[in-house]
Design a protein around this ligand. Structure first.
Ligand code: MLT
Length: 257
């Protein structure tokens, strides 16, 4: 298995898909609690955390390649069906996985993500971000990403260790991993048409102050999915599991079958 992963606990399995440009340690708080009652699998996408960048050409893989990597991991771990929790880029991958492999999914938890494709301006911005990462290294993304990822309430908290924890995750990523993920996000297709045919219980979670995947967009997503419930997390931006871990955990538990 090429991906670096953690497989902890016993019982029904929940698999967590991390956001861009972070790594599996973003799920540490959730994993520490849930492993008392469930099997919890987290992993690093290639080029993030401890997973090597494996694709020879990082621009060829796309979101389908990321889905194939998750399926390979599920097969490796002998997991036929899982509860799938993805945040942002992890949510794009979770929806794409559900589209191709609905039988592998028992329930979905879609956090701070979108079912729309990128508009041209976002694609262009991703291209520029990829060039920046190659030219100056992944750390150059830190000042760009922090104000987008964290909500205003978090950014106002004095001496909060969270920005540095996130910066550290970004420093661990390789420029090739960043380029590959940006390319996969920029070339993803919309999954709006899929939402109405999702047949598994789905929890939709969004930070009230998220400016990347807004509560309005997430409300629309939840309304389009037959068995969805929506949880809006106060005083959190794009990363409610890190910004409000206790409230997020309650929401997560309410969504897991
Ligand atoms: C993420 O949090 O995974 C990304 O910021 C999502 C995106 O850029 O669309």
């Amino acid at each position: 298995m090429r991906l670096s992963y953690r497989d902890q606990g016993q019982g029904p399995a929940t698999v967590f898909l991390h956001a861009f440009p972070l790594d599996q340690t973003m799920w540490d708080e959730q994993a520490a609690s849930l492993i008392k009652e469930r099997r919890v699998v987290t992993f690093d996408w290639p080029g993030f955390g401890q997973s090597p960048t494996t694709a020879p050409d990082p621009e060829t893989t796309g979101l389908d390649g990321m889905v194939a990597e998750v399926i390979e991991l599920l097969d490796h771990l002998g997991l036929d069906q899982v509860d799938l929790c993805g945040l942002s880029m992890g949510g794009y991958a979770a929806l794409a996985l559900y589209r191709s492999f609905p039988d592998r999914v028992r329930s979905l938890i879609l956090c701070d993500t979108k079912a729309t494709a990128d508009p041209p301006a976002t694609r262009q911005a991703r291209q520029e971000m990829a060039e920046l990462a190659v030219r100056e290294g992944s750390a150059a993304l830190i000042p760009l990403m922090l104000p987008r990822l964290l909500g205003a309430s978090t950014l106002r908290r004095p001496a909060d260790p969270l920005p540095e924890r996130i910066a550290e995750m970004i420093r661990r990523s390789t420029p090739q991993g960043v380029v590959r993920a940006l390319h996969a996000m920029a070339t993803r297709t919309a999954t709006m048409d899929l939402l109405g045919s999702i047949r598994v219980p789905t929890l939709v979670v969004v930070g009230e102050e998220d400016i990347l995947s807004t509560p309005a967009e997430m409300r629309e997503m939840a309304a389009a999915i037959p068995q969805a419930t929506l949880q809006v997390i106060e005083d959190a931006g794009h990363l409610p599991n890190l910004e409000q871990p206790t409230v997020f955990l309650q929401a997560l538990r309410s969504g897991l079958p």
